[in-house]
Ligand binder design. Structure first.
Ligand code: ADP
Ligand code: MG
Length: 291
């Protein structure tokens, strides 16, 4: 395509709510055959709310107070949901020794106790094992498609906190349109496999790659590329940045983090996946008419 045609394409993109880094981006957009979609904040709204608290050896108020204090120091969507619910029910104590383990959860000292909130694996690493009742409550929450995290202190897992995040109203239609363009959608998430499958089924995705740590997302993209796939990746989080940069075409949600936007070739201003469809169509028409 001529530089002029590419510039015209770029301008048309802007009108459609697609910010294109440079005219050359349209060239790589044309050939993608696989689109990897981050779950939280990309396929779903990323705005989570606390749904249920199942506790074991602590009352609900104490669980919210301890977990909420810790999560108030984290920017993760799960953390925000827990902190918000906790604040609504009372003041939060101070936290010291706070630490955040990307893709696993948070830990710190609250009221003189060492508190951990996150995936079972993180709590196990701190010597906190779930009772049968907690393990069952965790399974039940995940079967519903809720993201469930554990909270524990003083040698014991004290609660399951289930948060729910809604699928964006536009996701299902956009994924069907991506298929119509010949792309294979793949759902990629750090979340649990059961939850990921429930969300995938809701939006019409067959391929799911779950329980992937933030630093491993980039390896998933490399693996698909090694199989000969031309890969687009859509994401919103800090944890998606390396994968967005590695992908043949990186698409950032305009509603996401600056780090994700900087790592990407395209920004979908409204965070609507239909704009990904528009971008691919635009590149095909821009390049198709000129060749
Ligand atoms: P995604 O890939 O869907 O955006 P992340 O990689 O950010 O998900 O997180 C993966 C998992 O790690 C979460 O589903 C949750 O179980 C756990 N986790 C991460 N951060 C936190 C936190 N601040 N509090 C509790 N759990 C967390
Ligand atoms: Mg995300």
């Amino acid at each position: 395509a001529t530089p002029t045609a590419l510039l015209v394409g770029t301008g048309r993109g802007a009108q459609m709510g697609i910010l294109i880094k440079g005219p050359e981006v349209l060239e790589s957009t044309k050939t993608v055959d696989t689109i990897v979609l981050d779950k939280t904040g990309t396929v779903t709204t990323g705005r989570m709310t606390l749904h249920t608290v199942v506790s074991d050896g602590a009352d609900r108020a104490e669980v919210l107070r301890m977990s909420g204090a810790l999560e108030a120091a984290s920017e993760h969507p799960i953390a925000q949901a827990v902190a918000e619910a906790a604040k609504a029910e009372g003041g939060l104590p101070e936290v010291t020794d706070f630490s955040n383990v990307e893709g696993l959860g948070v830990a710190g000292t609250v009221d003189g106790k060492h508190v951990v909130v996150g995936r079972p694996k993180l709590l196990a690493g701190h010597g906190l094992q779930p009772s049968d009742a907690i393990a069952q409550a965790l399974q039940e929450a995940e079967a519903k498609g809720h993201t469930a995290v554990l909270a524990g202190w003083d040698g014991k897992v004290r609660a399951v906190l289930a948060v729910a995040d809604a699928v964006k109203p536009t996701s299902k239609q956009a994924i069907a349109r991506l298929r119509d363009l010949g792309l294979t959608p793949v759902l990629l998430t750090g979340d649990n496999t059961t939850v990921a499958r429930a969300i995938a089924a809701e939006v019409g995705i067959d391929e799911v790659i779950a329980e992937v740590l933030p630093q491993e997302k980039v390896d998933v993209i490399k693996r698909l590329q090694a199989q000969g796939k031309i890969v687009a990746m859509a994401g919103d989080g800090v944890n998606d940045a390396a994968a967005l940069a590695q992908a043949d075409l990186g698409l950032a949600m305009g509603t996401g983090t600056d780090v994700a936007i900087e790592a990407s070739d395209l920004t979908l201003v409204r965070g609507d996946l239909n704009a990904a469809v528009d971008a691919i169509r635009l590149s095909r028409t821009t390049l198709g008419t000129i060749k």
